[in-house]
Design a binder for this molecule. Structure first.
Ligand SMILES: *Cc1c(COP(=O)(O)O)cnc(C)c1O
Length: 452
């Protein structure tokens, strides 16, 4: 028998420990329990519909219950649901690898699968480290990494080491390895105290200097191309990413592009790197890879890196890393169908119009006195709320302004999730213009109501 709604709420409170969730506050409120979904809407136990304004945490590309994706899964179920990729292969994993290599920036010919964004980046970190010990002219002293302030690359300890969001990572510092830090291109609060209108992207110059100064010991630079997502949708100035690539190449440091958030059309192109003609040494993919259906990730890399791991088994050059569900056939099958849809006429080519419509709604938010900064790249946006627009003074954290706006939006049938006082807007790419207008209206109203 299906448990009652009261029973589910009680068991949720008693047994489910939610990620990134202050559990005492969560348990004090009535939980929102999703029972089903259709299109861009999630539906709760009472049948109430909510527009999925953050794509179920940045994953969902085409909405929910997408016929093509459902069908791909059903067909794969009739073949095989899981078999290991450890020394064995399967049909959808092979086809997906081929497809990703065809679509990714040229030269990324090898695909290492894992399960989540965190593991995709962790794999790149370990591969980069091992590469310098095994490449044709080994450089075993290259053991360190450079990453940006405010970076977020996942929650395993390697990723937390390169991450720099104090609220998430600070406590764990004693467990982490040291990092070379370059300033985030956070123009609204420039770490170098400059103004975007007059600066020469000095933060990129600082990063170039740091790479040059530490090149002897740097294994790799890790970066979120174009947008630092969890930092609050910080959009890098045009040309920044290209300079990262140039500097890493010049100084023989590998480049890890973490496209976990920005990949699969989110910034307007299939991958963000291509907007600045960048071919990284590692391309990390997850969130949107399966269209938001199943946990799956991939780390793509070059012949140069891959070849350093070849040799007879006795040479000990193997990459001893793997996850049990690596290359899962169901995940691979739905990822292939996701890519088919992205490449169909209703996919990427429909985005420019939606991106412009979203821009219009974001511009309108400038009317509201608490809106300090609005940042957008493609179909991802962040709205930073401030107490005082002139001084950029933030609201006291205990006012939880971001959470309050999202609460009001939820009452109006739109699900959003803030990053501190930055409201994130990241609807499924498949959203239509009327729904985008609805999202824009609810957003405007919710921010307005929060302050009045
Ligand atoms: C979400 C995210 C990750 C971590 O992905 P998980 O699937 O949550 O492990 C890594 N990097 C970036 C840029 C992300 O946005």
């Amino acid at each position: 028998m299906t448990p009652s709604r009261e029973q589910l709420e009680q068991w949720d409170r008693e047994h489910v420990w939610h990620p990134f969730t202050p559990m005492q506050a969560y348990a004090a409120e009535q939980p929102l329990i999703i029972a089903e979904a259709r299109g861009c809407f999630l539906v709760d136990l009472d049948g109430r519909e909510y527009l999925d304004g953050v794509s179920s945490l940045w994953c969902n590309v085409h909405g929910h219950r997408v016929p093509e994706l459902d069908e791909a899964l059903r067909q794969q179920l009739d073949a095989v649901a899981h078999s290991t990729l450890l020394g064995l292969s399967n049909v959808p994993a092979i086809r997906l690898a081929r497809r990703l290599v065809e679509l990714a920036p040229p030269g990324l010919n090898h695909v290492f699968y894992s399960d989540d964004g965190a593991t995709a980046v962790e794999v790149a970190l370990k591969m980069a480290f091992q590469y310098w010990r095994q490449c044709p002219s080994p450089r075993p002293e290259k053991t360190r990494y450079l990453a940006l302030t405010r970076a977020y690359h996942g929650d395993t300890l390697g990723d937390v080491s390169i991450g720099d969001i104090d609220r998430f990572h600070g406590l764990f510092r004693p467990l982490l390895f040291p990092i070379v830090r370059a300033p985030s291109p956070y123009c609204y609060r420039c770490p170098l105290g400059l103004e975007r209108s007059s600066c020469k992207i000095d933060c990129a110059e600082e990063l170039e200097d740091l790479i040059g100064r530490h090149a002897e010991t740097l294994a790799a630079v890790a970066i979120e191309p174009l947008v630092q997502g969890a930092a609050g949708m910080i959009v890098a100035p045009q040309g920044y990413l290209h300079r990262v690539r140039e500097a890493t190449r010049r100084h023989h440091v590998l480049m890890i592009a973490d496209e976990v958030a920005v990949g699969f059309g989110r910034t307007g192109t299939l991958f963000a790197c291509t907007q600045e003609d960048v071919r990284p040494d590692f391309l990390c993919l997850a969130k949107g890879l399966t269209g938001g259906y199943l946990p799956m990730a991939a780390t793509l890399t070059t012949d140069e890196v891959y070849n350093a791991f070849l040799g007879p088994p006795s040479a000990g050059r193997t990459f001893y890393h793997g996850h049990t569900y690596t290359g899962n056939p169901l995940g691979s099958a739905v990822a292939l169908a996701n890519l088919d849809l992205l490449q169909s006429p209703s996919g990427l080519s429909s985005l420019p119009e939606k991106i412009e419509r979203l821009r219009g709604h974001l511009n309108r938010l400038g009317d509201l006195a608490v809106v300090g900064d609005v940042r957008q790249k493609g179909m991802m946006a962040g709205i930073e709320l401030v107490k005082d627009r002139n001084t950029k003074e933030p609201f006291p954290a205990d006012q939880r302004m971001g959470a309050r706006v999202c609460r009001l939006a939820r009452e109006r049938g739109v699900l959003l999730r803030p990053l501190g006082d930055t409201i994130v807007v990241m609807p499924p790419l498949a959203i239509d213009l009327p729904l985008l207008d609805h999202l824009g209206d609810v957003l405007y109203e919710s921010i307005k109501r929060t302050i009045s």
